[in-house]
Design a binder for this molecule. Structure first.
Ligand code: GSH
Length: 343
């Protein structure tokens, strides 16, 4: 099916996945129409059936029977857009490089979001900021008493969800250290290259960018840390927002990626990989909770079926590679800790 013109999406400024996709559409020059709002309300108004959980962002595509369908989940949507429009792709043609990009995208979506959610609701100053700004993003004219009501309702619900991402008193220092390391690694990387894999962005850049829009631009604690540790990342987040004018350029070949990218992969291996593996093991055993050593401390959190699927998708992507491409991936991942994902 061709991409509707314009492609409508419903989302919020305080939603990292909305920002990921909006920047991606701009870079890809896909005509779009951004609807700021609650997908439930907007879809009801448009008379379009709702997905099981209408996440932010929700996209509206055409379906086979001449109707409209509401679709969520940014990663498969990115693939769908690549198939429909090959120009200005965000998935590399080289399958081995595409696999590394996929891993970076998954890390951005699933691990960096822990930074985002943790800092937003763990400390009082951040929770106070988000509690006020998020309801206003739905309606900037909201009356003061309604704003206070919405703030109380929303903050309580979100703080209650901290456990879903594994944020608690024990994991707080691990999350903080992991965020700071990523910023330092990105600072070093951006001295070499303007994007993760070369001179143009891949979907992995957009995933990490999406989370960083919030960490750098919305929540005060992680914003101060980013400004302290990585001026290049802060600037990159500003640039990523609109790359519609970036000239067509290239990714590097996998074998010539700088060590700074390998260091980022080693960070993924140090934190996200043990979490993915422990989560999958718990799901298999039917356990509702898991705990494992991450970065020298004990991480405890609820099992999360979606991340079980993420591990399955990473393995599927790897299995689809030719033997030669597997070898190329293996040699890049050797010693990073990410190789534990593959088999
Ligand atoms: N895997 C999804 C995640 C999207 C997502 O989690 N969106 C959040 C907001 S940023 C959401 O809608 N959460 C449900 C809620 O807040 O009720 C994607 O990549 O699009």
């Amino acid at each position: 099916m061709p991409i509707p013109n314009p492609l409508r999406l419903i989302g919020a400024v305080g939603s990292p996945y909305t920002r990921k996709m909006l920047a991606l559409l701009r870079y890809r020059r896909i005509p779009h129409s951004m609807i700021w709002g609650d997908p439930n309300a907007v879809l009801d108004k448009l008379g379009i059936a709702k997905p099981k959980i209408p996440f932010l962002p929700t996209f509206i595509f055409d379906n086979e029977d001449d109707g409209r369908e509401a679709v969520c989940d940014s990663t498969p949507i990115i693939k769908r857009l690549e198939q429909a429009q090959p120009q200005r792709a965000v998935i590399p043609e080289d399958p081995a490089l595409a696999f590394i990009n996929f891993l970076l995208e998954d890390y951005g979506d699933e691990w960096c979001t822990k930074f985002m959610f943790h800092y937003r609701w763990h400390f009082e100053a951040d929770a106070d900021n988000a509690g006020t700004l998020l309801p206003l993003a739905h309606d900037v004219t909201l009356a003061e008493d309604q704003l206070q009501q919405a703030k109380a309702f929303f903050s309580e619900r979100q703080i209650g969800r901290l456990g879903f991402v594994g944020s608690n008193e024990v994991t707080a220092p691990i999350i903080d250290a992991s965020y700071r390391r990523l910023l330092q690694l990105l600072e070093a990387h951006f001295k070499q290259l303007p994007f993760l894999l070369g001179n143009k962005p891949g979907s992995g850049d957009f995933a990490i960018y999406g989370q960083l829009t919030q960490l750098v631009g919305f929540d005060p604690t992680p914003r101060a840390i980013a400004h302290e540790l990585s001026p290049r990342t802060v600037t990159w987040v500003g640039l990523m927002e609109d790359l519609s004018g970036l000239e067509e350029s290239d990714w590097l070949v996998l074998e010539s990626l700088p060590d700074t990218l390998k260091d980022i992969l080693a960070e993924i291996g140090r934190t996200y990989v043990p979490a993915l593996l422990a989560n999958a093991k718990a799901l298999q055993a039917g356990e509702k909770q898991w705990q494992t050593q991450i970065d020298g401390a004990t991480w405890t959190q609820q099992s999360f079926p979606y991340q079980g699927k993420c591990l399955g998708w990473i393995r599927e992507e790897y299995q689809q590679l030719s033997e030669q491409d597997k070898e190329r991936v293996n040699s890049l991942l050797a010693g990073t800790g990410c190789e534990a994902l593959l088999g």
